[in-house]
Ligand binder design. Structure first.
Ligand SMILES: *[C@@H]1O[C@H](CO)[C@@H](O)[C@H](O)[C@H]1NC(C)=O
Ligand SMILES: *[C@@H]1O[C@H](CO)[C@@H](O)[C@H](O)[C@H]1NC(C)=O
Ligand SMILES: *[C@@H]1O[C@H](CO)[C@@H](O)[C@H](O)[C@H]1NC(C)=O
Ligand SMILES: *[C@@H]1O[C@H](CO)[C@@H](O)[C@H](O)[C@H]1NC(C)=O
Length: 376
């Protein structure tokens, strides 16, 4: 779909939740408490995860005999790339020689900003008069859009491919011909029109196709975790349907073992038990049911009500989607019980954190930094 791009499969964080790939040694992840040891185990190094909001200091200092889970630096805090690490959703940004953790690159076109660093798209800048992200001015002329991320909520970039200027045009209506999802409403997908010969693509409402109706897998954004936009999916998941490449069909479970992966993209191979690949089975990472469908539809309604613009990439904590609609991301019935530990995107989007605004390093931090700088 259009809200965010890319039809990539981003369920790896979820796969961790219920299953380890059977080709691994079948260890299960352990959640380590703040201050507790996260001792690296070279045979088994990736099974320790610090509680969300903490990281293992043994990850950068391998000489530590007993590395522990230490807290990430919050917004406005002093940072470096080693000891004082910013929370993964923040950037260590240096202004006036003081590096602090800041929220950058989250605002879509038309959304509020204090500085251009907050505008997500490289073609945009913060207009100092309106405090909104707008297309940049170059040589006194405003740039034309080059992708739909350059367009405000409710519009898409009409890329002409000619010398004719690209314009942001209003979303097409359902049933109108289209060439990509961004041309359609958030709650619609650009996909084959049912019953058309030759097949034409039109804007179809999300989840609107019944069993055996035409679909294409290529239009699907399969991120049912909702951290990379919303799934672009025209088969009715409420009826348990998914696209087999040509038609919407009921999901068929596949099987797996040490050498054979699950063939269904929504499944991952779960170990029978710890350190035992025997008894591995394919487990669905997505609940194809009405609760999932309702949640996604409510999320789309929320994005529309709040007129959240499109941002290229994963949703971030300060984005409109998370600020206004996080309950649909954080209490998402589409995905299997999440392993709420470690640095997975959803964990960060859903933990409460300090919401200080941009460039608010405390005076104490500035002073400490100045003193430290004098010492070395
Ligand atoms: C590392 O993990 C392996 C496999 O679980 C275990 O046999 C070994 O004792 C562990 N080593 C340490 C130092 O904990
Ligand atoms: C939109 O783009 C098409 C080419 O893809 C062009 O023919 C058409 O004139 C454009 N529409 C507007 C309003 O610019
Ligand atoms: C998908 O399902 C349809 C309808 O059941 C069937 O005709 C078609 O062969 C299937 N395609 C693939 C690639 O499995
Ligand atoms: C895995 O499953 C495939 C297909 O069922 C089978 O051919 C293969 O021998 C199995 N491999 C192992 C290691 O069990």
């Amino acid at each position: 779909m259009k809200f965010l791009v890319v039809a990539v499969l981003l369920i790896s964080a979820l796969a961790m939740a219920t299953a380890q790939e059977a080709t691994d040694a079948c260890y299960f992840p352990t959640c380590v408490a703040p201050g507790a040891t996260c001792l690296s185990n070279t045979t088994n190094s990736d099974t320790y995860f610090c509680q969300t909001g903490y990281y293992c200091n043994g990850d950068y200092d391998t000489s530590l005999d007993f590395p522990t889970c230490v807290k990430y630096v919050d917004v406005g805090g002093l940072c470096d790339t080693k000891t004082y690490r910013c929370r993964p959703d923040l950037t260590c940004y240096t202004q006036g020689a003081v590096p602090t953790c800041q929220k950058l690159s989250y605002a879509a076109l038309g959304e509020d900003c204090d500085t251009s660093l907050q505008c997500a798209n490289s073609n945009t800048e913060c207009n100092p008069e309106t405090n909104k992200c707008t297309l940049k001015f170059v040589n006194n002329a405003q740039l034309a859009c080059s992708s739909s991320f350059d367009c405000a909520y409710g519009t898409f970039c009409n890329v002409t491919g000619t010398t004719q200027k690209n314009l942001c045009l209003a979303w097409k209506a359902n049933g109108d011909e289209c060439t990509d999802d961004y041309q359609c409403d958030y709650a619609s997908v650009c996909s084959p029109k049912v019953g058309s010969t030759p097949v034409v693509n039109v804007c179809n409402p999300q989840f609107s196709k019944g069993q055996d109706q035409i679909c294409t897998e290529s239009v699907q954004n399969l991120d049912f975790g909702l951290t990379n936009g919303v799934p672009a999916f025209d088969c009715d998941i409420g009826q348990g349907l998914q696209c087999n490449g040509t038609a919407c069909v009921p999901r068929v479970a596949s099987s797996c073992n040490a050498t054979q992966q699950c063939s269904n993209v929504f499944e991952s191979c779960a170990c029978g038990s710890v350190n035992n690949i025997a008894g591995s089975r394919c487990v669905s990472q997505v609940n194809f049911n009405t609760e999932c469908k309702t949640n996604i539809n409510n999320y789309l309604t929320c994005l529309k009500e709040n007129q959240c613009g499109a941002v290229n990439g994963d949703v971030t904590k300060s984005s409109c989607a998370v600020e206004k609609c996080s309950k649909y991301i954080c209490n998402n019935p589409c995905v299997q019980s999440a392993f709420s530990c470690g640095d997975a995107q959803t964990n960060f989007l859903c933990i409460a954190t300090n919401g200080a605004s941009f460039f608010a390093p405390s005076m104490a931090i500035v002073l400490i930094f100045a003193i430290v700088a004098m010492l070395f």
